[in-house]
Design a protein around this ligand. Sequence first.
Ligand code: FAD
Length: 438
Amino acid sequence: MNDQLTSWGHYPSAPQTGHSCAWRSDLEQHLQRLNDTYGTTLPFGNGRSYGDSCLASSDHVLHLRSLNRFVEADWQTGEICAEAGVTLGEILQLSIPRGWFLDVTPGTRHVTLGGALANDVHGKNHHRRGTFASSVLSFGLHRSAQPPMVCSPVENPQWFAATIGGLGLTGIISWVSIRLRKIESSLIDTIRMRFDHLGEFFALSAELDPVHEYSVAWIDCLAKGREQGRGVFTVGTHSEQGPLQVESSRSLRIPIRPPLSLVNPLSLNIFNRSYWHLQPAGRERQTTPYSSFFYPLDRIERWNRVYGRKGFQQFQCVLPESVAEVALAQLLKSIAASGTGSFLAVLKRCGDFVSPGLLSFPMPGTSLALDFPQNSVLTNTLLPRLDAIVREAGGRLYPAKDAHMSGSDFRRAYPAWEQLETMRDPALISRFWERVTR
Ligand SMILES: Cc1cc2nc3c(=O)[nH]c(=O)nc-3n(C[C@H](O)[C@H](O)[C@H](O)COP(=O)(O)OP(=O)(O)OC[C@H]3O[C@@H](n4cnc5c(N)ncnc54)[C@H](O)[C@@H]3O)c2cc1C
């Protein structure tokens, strides 16, 4: 059956026809048929990428969510193997009661194994564990007109490196084997506190990151003048006490996409001011269910609809350590002056882990991520200004979130793109890849 699929940000608006594949043994035949009929295609996981990296140039994607079977699991060692369409949430449902958790998880559990690998996603523990690649033992790769291969650090290592963070361009990932981490409880011990400026954020991060597994901050992107750079810092560690309990956090659904964005300067200002003031000034310790710690947005199903019919763009950059504080101040100043911004502005220090992935996004430094309602001022004025600051600082943008970066910025920031292009399966190409490489 064919489905209509979109990216998470609904921008660019390019509905994809999804051609579902339910059996690994059918992958070759599906790839061949799509290639013969539409010229090219692209693997599609669960559409949690924001921009156009999950959209096929042909607008016909190979939808892999139905490859959703577990292949094997060793609950003594925490090594599991599952088909590429299995989501991280489905893994947690099985693994938590047995005392195992994901080693690295992004901010939503509705991501497939294939999608997590193809974007080499990172989470709140990048400073301790690096990216998703650090937990990947091996995977299966189908390239058009070639026998399937097994890829690992020792078997076909060049395909292992190119496919991790390879944006779905090197072939179809059919199964993935990962290592989980042992936990005693599904609860997270957290410490949360406000900070008044960026200098304080960096001081808190230097003090608390080395002794906590997870670390993340919310920043008030609308604050100006003396208030600029204020936010809320949170660290967490797996609790040693408490149940091993799977939680379903979904409680609300945005039923329709309104014609206009509900996120506007007025609603943002009210939210940001009150949110900051409601946070503890001193260090507040709490024990929190894992779902509200890792996946707060998953509680609202289809929350992306609040941005209305035009959709939204996420801007996520990482800035090198030596210039991060100065460049962040410039970014925040430009954003506050524009009056636009997001409820969720996330600041996170990245560690100095080097992923095997050729095009992996994180680098040692600090990452900032914000959502902006789509409009012409964003495209023509604000994003070019932010891009110039990131360029000048020697930073880069995250392809998984991107719908606007220029080809020259991409090629400067990801010099290994040419190597990936030589390894790309000619049957696979995305709108993103076409935009930034041609
Ligand atoms: C609320 C929210 C929070 C997020 N938080 C984070 C975060 O903290 N850190 C982070 O790094 N990212 C984060 N993301 C982004 C998300 O983790 C990535 O975009 C992820 O790759 C999406 O996976 P998906 O299964 O939805 O794949 P899709 O978005 O459908 O596809 C992503 C890429 O993977 C490729 N792909 C998918 N399946 C396969 C396959 N079987 N074989 C080969 N290629 C494949 C696609 O071609 C595409 O290039 C977040 C997204 C949301 C919506």
